[in-house]
Design a protein around this ligand. Structure first.
Ligand SMILES: Nc1nc2c(ncn2[C@@H]2O[C@H](COP(=O)(O)OP(=O)(O)OP(=O)(O)O)[C@@H](O)[C@H]2O)c(=O)[nH]1
Length: 770
């Protein structure tokens, strides 16, 4: 496997590991918390109660031991007292022992001073007991022959016996009898009995009861209840075996121990018990505690702990669900970021504060021909080897200072080709601290080539625009000047490039009004071309070039052709307008000269038939628009043919010229005069004030031509017949006018020549203003 692929797979594995840690980390942490929590809960639910019981049993055991010791001490003291009496009695006479003064003194002393001992008596074999001293001589108490004392008399029986609790008198405290055989019979007495005050014994126990629910119970090994605190009425003296569920430890049971009682026969409660056997007496001391009472506190705690644990678990599960959702969203965002980053036409990268690239998209890798394993400084391989270390040091310094980078670098491809790369980098800040850098890399080789090409073509275009004679102007959609060429600058006397940012109106001055409609049409997407006399551009509004009958195409008038078109962006949207203004005076003059030639009679330089027809058409339209009266006069020279015949055509031609001159002289400059052919002439009058004016003009012409003509040395007389008609321009067509005028001419000729005949129209037509 190639080393780069190998390290790439390691990098991928490391990346996956990082992702897994990030994804699973919170779940593992929460899972761990839950495991620890429930382990603690398990310990608390299963182990802790047992240890509670054990601790309690330890306590109970210690109480039992101490209480047993104290009981034993008390019993021993009592036994000691019994032995003392026994010894004393050995020294006394056997008669009337119960009244012996010394023994009585001793007994009294013991009653008063011995701990717990309330009385001492002597017993005979049939179970009757006498106090010491016996005041009455009568037995104080009768136990009967089968009392506990019988055990003393059994051969091999115990040296000392303890009887069941009894009352010496009705209503007196319970006492515990303890007896021993006298070493020597004293009369009928063979036994001395001491009575221990049970209350005194219980007083010993009471301080041991540390809490409610605790009990101390003294039991004789055969099962007889000897003492209990707290007291239970009717219990003492009874054998446990006789109670429900009662049970007695076997004689060979260990001297001490502990156990759980499911249900105590004494009070019917479940108890935890520790016991201790007295060493020298057949007694056991039980210390117990109500199981429910010790667990009550625990159970309350357990409810709290379980509730708390379930709450924590619910929160943890909720958190996990929330984490899952957050992570799903975050992963989706990350995947989206990754995909869009990879789809970006630009290389995107991030580098740390030491300048090492730590993340990049696919475009970056492809562009710089770097593989992910060598991401950190792989791009340096695109530089000449000699430069790499220097560039690396510079880059690291830039990254350390957090400087923004905007530069273009020339890099070498793996195949040896070159590319130009635009590099931009900016610091990433968190709370004002630079934590990393992010940037873009773009291959601008192609853009640069295009840009250079564009610059070149712009230079060419600009040079062309500056060198041509036509004026060029480009404005943006606010009519601010984007460009105007040298011809424009010169014509409008603007300093070079001083037009930058100025408004078209300011630049064009009084010509703006004429140009603006074209600019607006261009903004609307329409290209338009018009020709104007330059003088007219200064008028309020541009208007088409008027038909000037007398214009001869020469003179001072300059003509401009304006063409405007929309200025389009690369995207095809209109961003302004551009226009070209061309001086077309010479072309115009030539056009007018040709037009004039085609419309002019070369001999007389009057309009010919075609020219007359064209001009009359236009003049009639204009007159119609204005609601004017118009008149058409047809004229034929009288007796012209004889001049030709007599003096030749050149004289005839000269005469025709003279006629033309006289006609022009007789008419207003704006009246149209034409030679229709031969010796026929026509005159069109527009803006006739009243119909009769036409007759006046006709008569004036007849009169003008009746005057002799001087041609060279000749004086020639001819005349003219005129037919005319007058009509409201709005109501007549040209051919009708021609017909009428021709008819009237015919009439004038027939009437003897040298006169005018005409038809005048009726009054002003309806609806026509006066
Ligand atoms: N010199 C000259 N003569 C022309 C020209 N054109 C036409 N004519 C002549 O003009 C004459 C016109 O004829 P008419 O109108 O019958 O002659 P007229 O003598 O005026 O006759 P009335 O009109 O009846 O009086 C003809 O003899 C044509 O040859 C031209 O250009 N030059």
């Amino acid at each position: 496997m190639p080393s780069s692929l190998f390290s790439q797979s390691i990098a991928a594995r490391l990346d996956m590991k990082r992702v897994r840690v990030l994804v699973l980390g919170p779940f593992l942490a929460l899972g761990l918390v839950l495991i620890v929590l429930w382990a603690l809960v398990g310990w608390f639910a299963l182990v802790y109660p047992r240890s509670l019981v054990q601790d309690l049993q330890d306590d109970l055991e210690s109480v039992a031991q101490n209480a047993a010791l104290e009981t034993e001490v008390l019993l021993r003291e009592t036994e000691g007292n019994l032995r003392t009496i026994d010894l004393l009695m050995l020294t006394r006479k056997p008669e009337a022992q119960d009244r012996d003064a010394t023994v009585s003194l001793l007994a009294d002393t013991m009653r008063d001073s011995a701990r717990g001992m309330t009385d001492v008596m002597l017993a005979n074999t049939d179970g009757r007991l006498w106090r010491i001293p016996s005041v009455t001589g009568e037995p104080y108490l009768t136990l009967g022959p089968d009392s506990f004392l019988t055990a003393l008399r059994r051969p091999g029986g115990p040296g000392i016996v303890i009887g069941a609790p009894l009352r010496l008198r009705e209503g007196a405290h319970l006492v515990l009898p303890m007896a021993t055989r006298l070493s020597a019979r004293a009369g009928e007495f063979d036994t001395v009995v001491a009575f221990l005050d049970l209350d005194g014994l219980l007083k010993l126990y009471r301080p041991r009861i540390m809490r409610t629910g605790m009990a101390i119970f003294l039991e004789r090994k055969d099962g007889v209840a000897m003492a209990r605190w707290p007291e239970i009425a009717g219990l003492l003296g009874r054998n446990l075996k006789d109670l429900r569920g009662g049970r007695v430890l076997p004689p060979d049971a260990p001297a001490s121990g502990r156990f759980l009682v499911a249900e105590s026969p004494v009070d019917g409660l479940d108890r935890i018990v520790a016991y201790r056997s007295l060493q020298d007496y057949p007694l056991r001391l039980f210390v117990s505690f109500e199981r429910d009472r010790i667990l009550a506190g625990y159970l309350k705690q357990r409810r709290v702990v379980l509730g708390f644990s379930m709450l924590v678990s619910a929160i943890a599960i909720g958190l996990m669900a929330w984490f899952t959702r957050v992570q799903a969203r975050a992963r989706l965002r990350e995947a989206e970021r990754q995909a869009t980053s990879d789809a970006s036409p630009m290389g995107l990268f991030r580098c740390d504060l030491s300048g090492r690239t730590v993340d990049a998209n696919e475009t970056y890798l492809r562009l710089l021909e770097v593989d992910r394993a060598s991401l950190a400084w792989g791009w340096l391989e695109r530089l000449p080897e000699a430069e790499r270390e220097t560039v690396r040091a510079q880059w690291a310094a830039l990254a350390a200072t957090g400087e923004s980078v905007d530069r273009v670098r020339r890099l070498t491809r793996r195949d040896g080709g070159e590319m130009l790369v635009a590099l931009r980098m900016r610091p990433m800040r968190i709370d004002g601290h630079i934590v990393a850098h992010a940037g873009t890399v773009a291959d601008i080789s192609a853009e640069l080539a295009v840009e250079r090409e564009r610059e070149r073509s712009q230079a060419v275009m600009s040079a062309l625009a500056q060198s041509v004679a036509v004026m060029m102007l480009a404005v943006d959609s606010d009519e601010r000047v984007l460009f105007c060429n040298k011809a424009f600058e010169q014509r409008f006397d603007i300093a070079h490039r001083s037009w930058v940012g100025r408004g078209a109106q300011e630049l064009l001055g009084d010509r703006y009004a004429a140009v603006r409609p074209l600019i607006l049409r261009a903004f609307a997407g329409e290209a338009s071309v018009i020709e104007m006399r330059e003088d007219d551009m200064r008028d309020e509004a541009s208007r088409p070039m008027p038909l000037d009958v007398n214009a001869d195409g020469r003179g001072d008038a300059r003509y401009i052709e304006l063409s405007y078109a929309p200025l389009l962006s690369d995207a095809g949207t209109i961003i302004g307008a551009y226009g070209v203004a061309r001086d077309v005076t010479e072309v115009k003059q030539e056009q007018m000269r040709l037009l004039k030639a085609s419309n002019t009679d070369p001999l007389t330089e009057l309009l010919n038939r075609a020219g007359f027809s064209a001009y009359v058409d236009a003049a009639l339209r204009r007159a119609s628009d204005r609601g004017e009266l118009v008149a058409l006069l047809y004229m034929d020279l009288d007796r012209f043919k004889p001049v030709n015949d007599e003096y030749g055509h050149p004289v005839g031609d000269a005469l025709l010229k003279a006629v033309a001159g006289r006609l022009r002289h007789a008419l207003r400059p704006q009246d149209l005069v034409a030679r229709l052919g031969g010796d026929e002439f026509a005159v069109f009058l527009h803006h006739v004030a009243k119909p009769e004016d036409a007759r006046v003009v006709a008569d004036k012409l007849v009169h003008a031509l009746a005057m002799p003509f001087r041609i060279g040395a000749l004086e020639l007389r001819i005349g003219a017949s005129v037919g005319f008609c007058v009509q409201w321009a709005r109501e007549v067509r040209i051919d009708a006018l021609v017909m009428q005028a021709d008819e009237q001419l015919y009439r004038a000729k027939r009437a003897g020549r040298g006169q005018a005949s005409g038809s005048l129209c009726a009054g002003r037509p309806q609806g026509q203003p006066g």
